[in-house]
Design a protein around this ligand. Structure first.
Ligand code: CA
Length: 239
């Protein structure tokens, strides 16, 4: 059974989430402030965390970073009443995987939770296979990416994004297709999240390649931005 942690100070929203998620078959812990949420994250192994950004005691983004450090593979979904894009970017940079803007519908929330858990769950690992492109190797079964033998530390969504691009190297893939394949078909939010993930991915690949040496950097595939369309993964260093 998947274990979910809800960190939300609003009693109505918290109680609604708790009962709806339990009814959907998840085990749920509900923390009403940030300190309790971090403590609860410390003693349990949440598969997914629903985290309100506006908490009474600790900034939600600090809670997000704490939980991300405790559980690198947990899915963290921010619940935010703030619409400013800067907060969304800051949230994703704090380790969140996704966000929902309040007010959201329970149907939408449950669909999003299901999609995340399906993606991070063990059944996804069935799509085995390895891909090598220049100095980059992807192993879908192990969900590992290496550059010149150095492991690239990727979060679940970053790996999915890289694997999606690597499935069709040299092919232009539109933002809409990437969002549908890597996020989910009912994505209502801004596609800004895609650009943030691509930026992180580029940085992590470059860092791993730098650690591996200059010939590895030269053979590192590049994620090319196609203005007004999407992205393309280009191999380099091939004769
Ligand atoms: Ca709140």
């Amino acid at each position: 059974m998947f274990h979910l942690l809800v960190i939300e100070d609003d009693p109505t929203i918290g109680a609604t989430l708790e009962s709806a998620l339990r009814a959907a078959g998840y085990s749920v812990d509900w923390s009403r402030d940030g300190a309790t949420g971090i403590e609860s994250g410390r003693i349990s192994e949440p598969d997914l965390v629903l985290l309100d950004v506006g908490l009474p005691d600790i900034d939600g983004l600090i809670v997000c970073r704490e939980i991300r450090m405790l559980h690198p593979s947990a899915v963290i979904v921010l619940l935010t009443a703030r619409r400013e894009q800067i907060d969304i970017v800051a949230g994703l940079e704090s380790g969140a995987d996704d966000y929902l803007t309040k007010p959201f519908s329970l149907v939408e929330l449950l669909a999003r939770v299901r999609a995340h858990l399906r993606r991070s769950g063990p059944e996804t690992a069935g799509s085995a296979g390895s891909t090598t492109l220049g100095s980059l190797s992807l192993n879908a079964a192990a969900r590992r990416a290496t550059v010149g033998g150095i492991e690239v530390q990727l979060r679940a969504r970053e790996f999915d994004l890289l694997a999606r691009l690597a499935r069709e190297p040299g092919v232009a893939i539109s933002r809409e297709v990437i969002m549908a394949d890597v996020w989910d078909e009912n994505w209502f939010g801004s596609t800004k999240t895609l650009d943030v993930h691509v930026a992180t991915l580029r940085r992590r690949l470059r860092e791993a390649a730098s650690a591996a040496g200059s010939d590895v950097i030269a053979a590192l595939p590049e994620i090319t931005t196609l203005r007004g369309h999407g992205y393309r993964l280009d191999g380099r260093g091939a004769a």
